[in-house]
Design a protein around this ligand. Structure first.
Ligand code: UDP
Ligand code: MG
Length: 327
């Protein structure tokens, strides 16, 4: 079956990293839902350097059902990049990224499309609850949303994942954002457009384990903050100003006291405190500058975001060239 590239209405994008156990149920549910819609659709799966048999299964699925298409990365590039690639390869009028682990129920797609038909460009799914997540994860996630919202003027919707529907307009806007450090939630919000949401209960992972640990989540949070706020860079000038002011007052006090009372016992304690305090602040500041500088360094290198080893099911010249280039 040959589909004209622009006749596809819905593209579902699935980033997959070691998801062999989930694929059967995922495709079964996804295809069932999509078939009932009576629309042309495609399922673009990005194999993000899986170490298990995910790729093998995906290719088998592609041969059985050509609406399932596969982009195979040359190594693991991370979920955000896999999602970016999927969005670039997808040709539908609306694009729906979905996790492979069935935490985002495919049955909601109908509702998403309904809202889209009402005229919204972005329909995101808001989690009413997070099942199967520890209280620590819930608390840290909550704190993260609060902090980032205070630090940036871009409104990043709380408790939403990447599961959403985006109109082609939005996707074209997203494709124009070339940054290497991609905090997708932020980028989705940054492009704006007419947005609406539906609510759902987020389920626990179906099979396999999450690829996130707290170190990764911390880095993810840093990514979000540094991509969308330069406040951490700026507060140091104010703190510096404040400390200089205190130092000036304290200095004046010392001068006056010396003038009146004469030379006192040498001030070891106050000296140590001042040196340690300032040393600490300086290191912290340098660290924060380093976080930004490192990212600037990555951006100026202008490396491609990902390397595709091969793809299955894409017939446009653009993608073939991309594959040849990347070899
Ligand atoms: N994923 C990916 N590359 C990675 C890590 C994850 O493509 O390096 C995919 C994974 O296969 C899944 C989705 O991203 O489809 C979400 O991953 P996960 O369930 O581990 O994240 P969580 O739901 O715990 O946030
Ligand atoms: Mg998950």
């Amino acid at each position: 079956m040959f589909l004209e590239p622009n006749s596809i209405v819905i593209s579902v994008v699935v980033p997959c990293y070691n998801e062999e156990l989930n694929l059967d149920s995922l495709f079964e549910r996804l295809v069932k839902v999509l078939d009932t819609l009576n629309l042309q659709y495609e399922i673009v799966c990005v194999n993000d350097g899986s170490r298990d048999n995910t790729l093998k299964h995906l290719i088998e699925y592609h041969h059985r059902n050509p609406v399932i298409k596969v982009v195979n990365f040359s190594r693991n590039f991370g979920k955000e990049i896999a999602l970016t690639a999927g969005i670039e390869y997808a040709t539908g009028d609306a694009i729906i990224p979905i996790d492979a682990d069935l935490q985002d129920p495919p049955e909601l797609i109908g509702e998403l499309i309904e809202k889209w038909r009402e005229g919204y460009d972005v329909v995101y799914c808001k989690r009413r609850s997070r099942q199967g997540e520890t209280w620590l994860k819930k608390i840290t996630a909550n704190a993260f949303y609060r902090v980032i919202q205070k630090m940036t003027s871009v409104e990043i919707p709380r408790d939403t994942g990447d599961f959403r529907l985006m109109d082609r307009r939005v996707v074209e806007a997203l494709k124009q954002l070339p940054e290497t450090h991609r905090f997708m939630k932020g980028l989705f919000a940054w492009v704006g457009f007419k947005q609406s949401f539906i609510e759902y209960d987020r389920l626990p992972r179906f099979q396999g384990t999450t690829k996130w640990n707290y170190w990764k989540l911390w880095n993810f949070a840093l990514e979000g903050i540094t991509s969308f706020s330069s406040l951490p860079l700026k507060i140091w000038s104010y703190l510096g100003l404040f400390i200089s002011l205190l130092a000036f007052l304290y200095g004046s006090f010392l001068i006056v006291r010396t003038l009146i009372l004469g030379i006192d016992v040498p001030g070891y304690a106050s000296l140590m405190v001042a040196i340690l305090f300032l040393g600490g602040i300086q290191l912290l500041t340098l660290g924060i500058i380093g976080e930004y500088l490192g990212r600037v360094h990555d951006e100026v290198k202008k490396r491609p975001l990902y390397i595709v080893r091969d793809c299955y099911g894409f017939d446009s010249v653009y993608h073939e060239i991309k594959v040849v280039n990347s070899k």
